[in-house]
Design a protein around this ligand. Structure first.
Ligand SMILES: Cc1cc2nc3c(=O)[nH]c(=O)nc-3n(C[C@H](O)[C@H](O)[C@H](O)COP(=O)(O)OP(=O)(O)OC[C@H]3O[C@@H](n4cnc5c(N)ncnc54)[C@H](O)[C@@H]3O)c2cc1C
Length: 820
């Protein structure tokens, strides 16, 4: 092949010619941005792409990821007509079967959720499943689902076809060239160094697959992924196996099957994976495989023989063992790196890169061109991780578990077990001694609930009520009636200081944060579309010093959003001070009495009103006390220097003894906030939801001087009669035995209208409560709510619910209590 000359500069340089890099190049070029150079150290697809099995399954744990794959399926179907290069795409459909009742429940839940997202899916009996896939035996099965839109493709052909589509529009694809360094200047990328010279670039995109972590480290960017061995076999031809055979997944046996040249491709996702590449990924790995490992493969083979006994007498044509990169949560990594401007990442595809590449490539190209994602992509946003997630020892231990997550039972509230404990609050040991059952968020160990004395401190997962229901009911009741202390130290805390801090923040926040010193303001941070990038509280500590308290998972993303939106010449500085401060939330009608025993500060309503923060003495400690509540009761969030946390906690427990103080965890917190109708970011509040749709207009100041980001969009939305067709509503299920977990389909007059975004049990209301996003054909206002009937689809069973724009939870008496 004639060598393409290396240009001196290009607007976009993409590193990596696997399916993802080629898809990004294709989509950039298709959007008219054709000054693109793609650099591949070997040949196109020679990394991981070439040996993929080529399954394209639409259903993923996150709706955003499912949506991107739905676009992939359309693209793969149309690409050949556009480029003249075949892709091997075939919409053969897929069957997924269940060996257990729990798996069948999960499939029924999935089917309902998929339908709500517009994905075709049918529920099958074992016999119907066998009709679609006659080669399997079904005696042990409970049933299955059929997804006609799923398919398979040839990964190498697909990559070549995407590359051709990019070239046809002017992009340059250069093979046999290695990027050896990333060039930067003043916090932004300026180009790449290669083994054949330098290319200056405005934007560099890291699509280097399992090499992406190392490429990131060249310029101080964290790309937390680790390779693991991933395997499948191809059998000799088998009777009844023809090209039309759908893909079959048997997740209880960890295996999948697909037809290939008259035989079966059989691979899977074993529960304990085998990490690879601990000493680094070799440079020269073109079209390479790892040695066969039949021991590691044994669990898959045993299970495959149960499903397809005929395999016993069928020869194996080839064993494929290739390394693939996995991330700490099994979702891929997309977006602009928070550490380096104009450096984008599309990597860590967790064995779904073929299925995802079309949608992910388009999403990344849009993100690059528009400077922000065009829809909610938090599930795959690289900013959900921080530098500590890039620790190689931690990654090694974590990916042992993440590979298996594809087929592991996605229990409600399922926590990952490996590489923990990771980040611990100052109270970790004390809470553990009290039987805390910990979950993990942004690496933090957080008490989810406290097991009663004498019982095992562990969660028994199920789709019905789980073993913590009664214990959490007690924590909930104590918070509503007495007082509880929650360790919320994992809250992210961002300190914003400087001469321009107030003006800059006020432009970034939708509410007016230019309040008196000691004021606390709840606000959204909106994008130009008026959607939520975050919601947080702003504490004005000094004239030009603000402490922002935001969700645990949002530390990196929020800091990045805020800094990105600071004016270039502004005198303003943001520091993440999360690790310096603990947060103990003391909540409940008796919180004042408990705290008053420990401080000389006046905690009366007049001296310490709602929405204010004061530095107070508390025992021997000096803390910030913030009069706020996420549970809808009187309470203070105490922001405590880490070294005083244990002392404050001990004092609180001593002082609260006579008032029935209890430790409470995140499950109680969630039930309390849901009952109160408080929205949470990334659940109800997303970049695609405005404050008007969320019912949070009270936290927007349209009149403040200078306006704010998103104001124009909100003003236009107010005038748009259809804007409120999409809304967040609260549902309270009528049957008090029903348990909701989130993700369920919501029906209005029997027709799917939306989904449950988050759900819990409202122990005061005595029923499951849910916050849901619905999309109606008319504005969702009080009249709409009154004149329609609502149900939730719980694994195929329709459960009646009452709908509310405002919570039915006793708002008046709460106000009395909160104002105390
Ligand atoms: C056994 C197996 C089965 C699989 N089955 C499926 C499946 O059925 N469905 C599915 O969706 N996914 C599947 N996958 C996953 C899929 O193969 C990957 O997710 C996907 O190929 C990742 O594509 P990529 O472009 O990110 O990485 P790669 O294909 O690895 O591309 C990255 C490229 O970057 C190049 N590169 C790296 N560093 C440099 C540098 N410094 N300079 C220049 N170039 C560089 C590499 O040479 C490489 O070609 C499977 C994976 C395995 C291992």
């Amino acid at each position: 092949m004639a060598k393409t000359e290396l240009p001196e500069r290009a607007q976009y340089v993409i590193v990596g010619g696997g399916i993802v890099g080629c898809s990004v190049a294709y989509h950039l070029a298709k959007m008219g941005h054709n000054d693109v150079v793609l650099l591949e150290q070997g040949q196109l697809s020679c990394g991981t792409t070439w040996h993929a099995a080529g399954l394209v399954g639409q259903l993923r744990s996150q709706p955003a990821m499912t949506n991107l794959i739905r676009y992939s399926t359309q693209l793969y179907a149309d690409l050949e007509a556009e480029t003249g290069l075949a892709t091997g795409w075939m919409q053969c459909g897929s069957v997924t079967v269940a060996r257990s009742e729990d798996r069948m429940t999960m499939l029924m839940r999935t089917a309902a959720a998929a339908r709500a997202q517009g994905v075709d899916v049918d529920v099958l009996t074992p016999q119907q499943a066998q009709e679609k896939w006659p080669v399997m035996q079904v005696d042990d099965l409970k049933g299955g689902i059929w997804m006609p839109g799923d398919g398979k493709a040839n990964p190498t052909d697909l990559t070549q076809s995407l590359a051709k589509g990019a070239r046809m529009r002017g992009a340059k694809v250069i093979e046999g060239i290695k990027v050896t360094d990333i060039l930067t200047k003043e916090g932004r990328v300026t180009g790449v160094e290669t083994d054949q010279g330098r290319i200056e670039a405005e934007i560099v995109v890291n699509c280097a697959g399992q090499w992406a972590r190392r490429l990131g480290l060249m310029c101080g960017v964290n790309v937390p992924l680790h390779s693991a061995e991933h395997m499948y076999i191809v059998t000799e031809t088998m009777k009844g196996v023809n090209p039309d055979l759908p893909v079959l997944r048997d997740p209880d046996g960890f295996v999948y099957f697909k037809e290939e040249t008259g035989g079966l491709v059989m691979g899977g996702f074993e529960p304990e994976a085998k990490p690879w590449g601990m000493d680094g990924i070799p440079d020269k790995f073109e079209f390479s495989l790892l040695p066969d490992d039949w021991d590691q493969f044994e669990i898959l083979l045993e299970n495959a023989l149960i499903r397809v006994p005929e395999m016993e007498t069928t020869g194996v044509r080839k064993f494929y063992n290739g390394p693939e990169s996995f991330t700490p949560d099994n979702n891929y990594l997309l977006g602009e790196a928070p550490e380096l401007k104009n450096f984008f990442v599309g990597a860590g595809f967790n064995s779904m890169g073929i299925a995802s590449a079309g949608g992910a490539g388009r999403a990344l190209a849009e993100w690059i061109v528009q400077g922000e994602p065009t829809s909610d992509l938090f599930a795959v946003d690289i900013r959900r991780f921080a530098d500590f997630n890039n620790n190689p020892t931690w990654l090694h231990d974590r990916v042992k578990e993440t590979l298996g997550l594809h087929y592991a039972m996605p229990w409600p509230n399922r926590e990952l077990d490996t590489a923990r404990p990771f980040r611990r609050s100052a109270l970790y040991d004390r809470l553990a001694a009290k039987n805390a059952v910990f979950g993990s968020k942004m690496g933090w160990e957080r008490a989810n609930w406290f097991a009663p004395e004498g019982t095992a401190a562990e969660t028994n997962y199920s789709f019905g009520r789980q073993n913590w229901h009664d214990a959490v009911a007690a924590e909930h009741k104590a918070t509503r009636e007495d007082v509880a202390v929650f360790d919320q130290s994992s809250f992210a805390k961002l300190l914003v200081q400087g001469r321009d801090a107030c003006a800059e923040l006020n432009r970034i926040c939708a509410a007016n944060i230019d309040v008196a010193i000691g004021g606390t303001v709840y606000t959204g941070l909106l994008n130009a579309r008026g959607g939520y990038e975050s919601d947080l509280t702003v504490l004005r500590l000094k004239e030009q010093e603000f402490l922002l308290i935001t969700g645990s998972a949002q530390a990196v993303r929020d800091a990045n959003w805020i800094e990105k939106n600071f004016s270039a010449d502004a005198h303003v500085f943001l520091t993440d001070v999360t690790a310096a401060w603990s947060v103990l939330a003391v909540m409940g009608p008796k919180s004042r009495q408990v705290l008053q025993k420990l401080t000389k500060a006046n905690l009366s309503n007049a001296a310490f009103p709602f929405g204010t923060v004061q530095k107070i003495d508390l025992g021997y400690a000096t803390v910030w006390a913030n009069r706020m509540t996420y549970v809808g009761e009187l309470g203070w969030e105490l922001i405590v220097p880490v070294e005083f946390t244990v002392g404050v906690y001990e004092d609180l427990k001593r002082a609260g003894q006579d008032h029935g103080i209890v430790d409470a965890g995140y499950y109680a917190l969630d039930g309390l906030r849901l009952e109160k109708g408080f929205r949470a970011w990334s659940r109800e509040l997303t970049p695609d939801i405005t404050p008007l749709q969320a019912g949070l207009s009270f936290a927007v100041d349209f009149e403040k001087p200078g306006g704010f980001i998103g104001r124009e969009a909100l003003v236009a939305a107010k005038a748009d009669p259809d804007h409120l067709n999409k809304r967040i509503i609260q549902l309270v299920v009528k049957d008090e035995e029903v348990q909701l977990w989130g993700g369920e389909a919501v029906l209005c007059d029997g027709v799917e209208i939306g989904e449950v975004r988050s759900a819990g049990y409202g122990h005061t209301l005595g029923a499951a409560v849910a916050l849901c996003e619905i999309n109606a054909a008319e504005p969702v206002k009080a009249e709409f709510i009154k004149s329609h009937s609502f149900e939730v689809d719980v694994a195929g069973k329709r459960c009646a619910a009452t709908a509310h724009l405002r919570t039915p939870y006793d708002p008046k008496s709460e106000r009395v209590r909160a104002e105390g």
